[in-house]
Ligand binder design. Structure first.
Ligand SMILES: *[C@@H]1O[C@H](CO)[C@@H](O)[C@H](O)[C@H]1NC(C)=O
Ligand SMILES: *[C@@H]1O[C@H](CO)[C@@H](O)[C@H](O)[C@H]1NC(C)=O
Ligand SMILES: *[C@@H]1O[C@H](CO)[C@@H](O)[C@H](O)[C@H]1NC(C)=O
Ligand SMILES: *[C@@H]1O[C@H](CO)[C@@H](O)[C@H](O)[C@H]1NC(C)=O
Ligand SMILES: *[C@@H]1O[C@H](CO)[C@@H](O)[C@H](O)[C@H]1NC(C)=O
Ligand SMILES: *[C@@H]1O[C@H](CO)[C@@H](O)[C@H](O)[C@H]1NC(C)=O
Ligand SMILES: *[C@@H]1O[C@H](CO)[C@@H](O)[C@H](O)[C@H]1NC(C)=O
Ligand SMILES: *[C@@H]1O[C@H](CO)[C@@H](O)[C@H](O)[C@H]1NC(C)=O
Length: 636
């Protein structure tokens, strides 16, 4: 291959993608390894605690992240021999003859645990963090098969709110899928079968309100039209909504069903182009008490490309409050459909409304994403999970940070502003690169818990010490959790009780602008001591320069800028090499990184030619091995 073509090829690799600015590999000890792979896992975490409950195959792990390390208790939750034998003779081939824990929720102060129980779901109470007791023994009316899926791969969503448990089971096998209130002193309610078309659930959230009776639950899911034409996308993304004060209908109409259920279509794509992402896989909601907030949805299309769309909770509210019902053109019944609050159950208008609700569960308006397009994120990453946080920055404004888990076991940390999605960093956390299958965020203690089939670990949200010890590095990170402390000259986490007027921490979040540091002159003149590298005059030359920020551009300057050479990124380094039109001569080569209009020296070498046979320097060997692993063919 002609060297010039090679270099051109290398360049195209580098500029192709919007990338994380920083890449961290974390191998710190705050982690727990499973003895056997847990391919299906359910997690429970109480905000503010340091304990993570993980439900696996026939076991519950209680994992305690302490100062001294990770402590773990296992509670066996298997099935008995009779159940195993009965399971083995069942004809349903999807049944797995073990107890996969599918639900761990705290309702009031009791822990409710449910599992597939070899295809006959059952629930227990977890008492004293040590024993499982029969839930039904406590005189509770529960139907475990309404709470827990039958199959471990059947997706479900559980939400505990205000002393009640809400459960959504996806359609699978003969099951049609449902949204229910399953464990409560209020009425246990369900969705009508015709309201949901093969639902696959992606998440649920309580939307707070100033009036208690106004509180709602949003449920996120996809519907699948199994008879759709081949050239049609069978998926439709949906938001469903119910009122928490719903007590069901009357004897003659919807006696055990929701009377406030409505659903809307959710769009994720660019404008009105036909390329839409219709399969909503995960959803996460950031709310505030004032009913403002953001819903983040993780979507995929028919080619399994994943994207993220953001939605304003106010927009969703407006759509549900104002839209016409689909297919309903008659005059209003006197009640606004789907609104919460007390109603006159004996009035004839109320009965009429129930009939309309039963037959018209969908609103006409569609929910469009903020900015009318997916977030601008790397397309080569396949995302499996999403959580988000809202952070109060030093300018007294809130910023959203999204955490995305990938198929390769990595985490992307993304600052989402009105203008853009800025990828702060990528974390490589796991020894084996399996997909992230669960994530839980704790905004109170500032931790992110991450699970793969082999490991669970947690990282700090405010991971400020990784940004280095200069103001510039701290500011350019654009991490809302971190600020530059001018007095102590360190990159520090913004404390919870930070005082905006007297605090003294620096940030620049809306755009990268390190001029707040005021030390640009000092940075510019920083020089490194050149390392001497001896090489043969005609031998190949390759000098590595470590890459820190992937948003910087790197180049080599010879003898204080008599000549410039490109520095091409490979993995975590960029390389200097000779080209036919730019042969290398002896002298001092400095690797310069330019970011945000400021140039900084990273490393320097003094290249000396020796007369003898070509000597392989350590620097050269490193660079060569790097290059050879990437493109094994170029030196043959
Ligand atoms: C977790 O560890 C802490 C400190 O050792 C201890 O106080 C706490 O009781 C533990 N919690 C659980 C649930 O084991
Ligand atoms: C839970 O702990 C309490 C107090 O230590 C004890 O009285 C009770 O028997 C325990 N319950 C079970 C089911 O072990
Ligand atoms: C728990 O309840 C189930 C179903 O009601 C019953 O078959 C089983 O024997 C009970 N287990 C115990 C330990 O009481
Ligand atoms: C939860 O607590 C509330 C208030 O004490 C009570 O009314 C309700 O019945 C409890 N819920 C369950 C499921 O026991
Ligand atoms: C499913 O798709 C088919 C083919 O386009 C269509 O005729 C049918 O009405 C759809 N079903 C539903 C429930 O939308
Ligand atoms: C409810 O409606 C019935 C019939 O329209 C009416 O007689 C009754 O007064 C109403 N009750 C209330 C509390 O408004
Ligand atoms: C911040 O500090 C100023 C000056 O000391 C003080 O007046 C103000 O009350 C403080 N603000 C808060 C929220 O504590
Ligand atoms: C950075 O901020 C300074 C002072 O606020 C301003 O003069 C400069 O134009 C900004 N630079 C960029 C690139 O926005």
């Amino acid at each position: 291959m002609h060297p010039a073509i090679l270099w051109a090829a290398l360049f195209s690799l580098v500029v192709a993608e919007k990338s994380p600015r920083l890449k961290f590999t974390v191998q710190e000890p705050a982690r727990f390894h499973f003895a056997k792979p847990e391919n299906y896992m359910t997690v429970y975490h109480q905000q503010g605690s340091n304990v993570l409950y993980v439900g696996g195959q026939a076991v519950i792990y209680i994992i305690n992240f302490t100062q001294k390390g990770v402590q773990e208790t296992q509670i066996p939750a298997g099935i008995d021999e009779a159940a195993r034998q009965y399971c083995a003779i069942r004809s349903d081939s999807k049944i797995e003859c073990d107890n996969f824990i599918t639900v761990i929720e705290k309702v009031n102060d009791t822990f409710v645990v449910c599992g597939t129980n070899a295809g006959t779901p059952n629930c227990w109470l977890l008492v004293n963090n040590t024993v499982l007791t029969n839930l039904t023994e406590n005189g509770q009316r529960v139907s475990a098969s309404d709470i827990s899926p039958t199959y471990p791969s059947q997706r479900s969503v559980s939400l505990s709110a205000d002393g009640s448990l809400y459960s959504a089971l996806s359609a699978m096998g003969k099951q049609l899928g449902s949204i229910r209130r399953t464990y409560s002193s209020n009425r246990l309610l369900k969705s009508e079968n015709k309201w949901l078309l093969n639902p696959q659930f992606a998440g649920a959230a309580v939307i707070p309100a100033t009036q208690k009776y106004n509180r709602e639950i949003y449920i996120f899911f996809s519907e699948v039209n199994k008879t759709a034409d081949l050239d049609e996308d069978p998926y439709r993304a949906r938001i469903g909504r119910i009122c928490m004060d719903d007590e069901g209908g009357i004897k003659a109409m919807l006696p055990d069903s929701w009377t406030t259920f409505l659903k809307a279509r959710v769009m994720c794509g660019t404008g009105s182009t036909p390329l839409q992402y219709n399969n909503l896989r995960r959803a996460f909601v950031i709310t505030s008490p004032h009913r403002t907030g953001v819903m983040y949805g993780l979507f995929s299309n028919a080619w399994d490309t994943t994207v993220v769309c953001a939605y304003s909770i106010e927009d969703i509210d407006q759509a549900f409050a104002k839209s016409k019902l689909k297919g309903y053109n008659n005059p209003p019944t006197g009640y606004r459909h789907g609104v919460c609050g007390p109603k006159n159950h004996t009035s004839t208008q109320y009965q009429k409304m129930l009939g309309v609700i039963r037959d018209h569960p969908e609103i006409e308006d569609m929910i469009l994403p903020v900015g009318e397009a997916p977030l601008d994120l790397p397309t080569e990453d396949h995302f499996t999970h999403i959580v988000a946080d809202t952070v109060l920055a030093v300018n007294d404004e809130h910023y959203s940070v999204i955490y995305l888990g990938t198929e390769q076991g990595k985490i992307l940390k993304v600052l989402h502003t009105i203008e853009e999605a800025f990828i702060i960093s990528q974390y490589s956390l796991f020894h084996n690169e399996g997909p992230i299958i669960n994530m839980v965020i704790d905004s109170q203690t500032g931790h992110l818990y991450i699970g793969t089939a082999m490991e669970v670990q947690r990282v700090s949200l405010a991971d400020c010490s990784r940004y280095g010890d200069s103001c510039r590095e701290c500011i350019l990170s654009r991490d809302p959790y971190c600020g530059w402390d001018m007095a102590r000259k360190r990159c520090l986490a913004i404390p919870a009780n930070y005082n905006v007027t007297t605090g003294g921490l620096l940030q620049s979040l809306d755009q990268s602008n390190a001029s707040v540091c005021g030390d640009t002159a000092a940075q510019k003149t920083r020089k490194t001591i050149p390392k001497e590298v001896q090489m043969h005059k005609d031998g190949p030359v390759m000098l590595p320069c470590p890459v820190r920020s992937y948003h910087a551009t790197y180049s080599w300057e010879k003898d204080n800028c008599i000549k410039r050479y490109p520095c091409t990124i490979f993995g975590s380094s960029c390389l200097l090499g000779s080209k036919p039109d730019l042969p290398l001569k002896e002298g001092v080569f400095r690797c310069m990184a330019t970011e945000n209009g400021l140039k900084q020296e990273v490393v320097s070498y003094k290249l000396v030619f020796n007369a003898g046979p070509s000597v392989t320097s350590p620097a050269f060997t490193l660079a060569l091995s790097l290059l050879l692993t990437m493109i094994g063919f170029c030196f043959q």
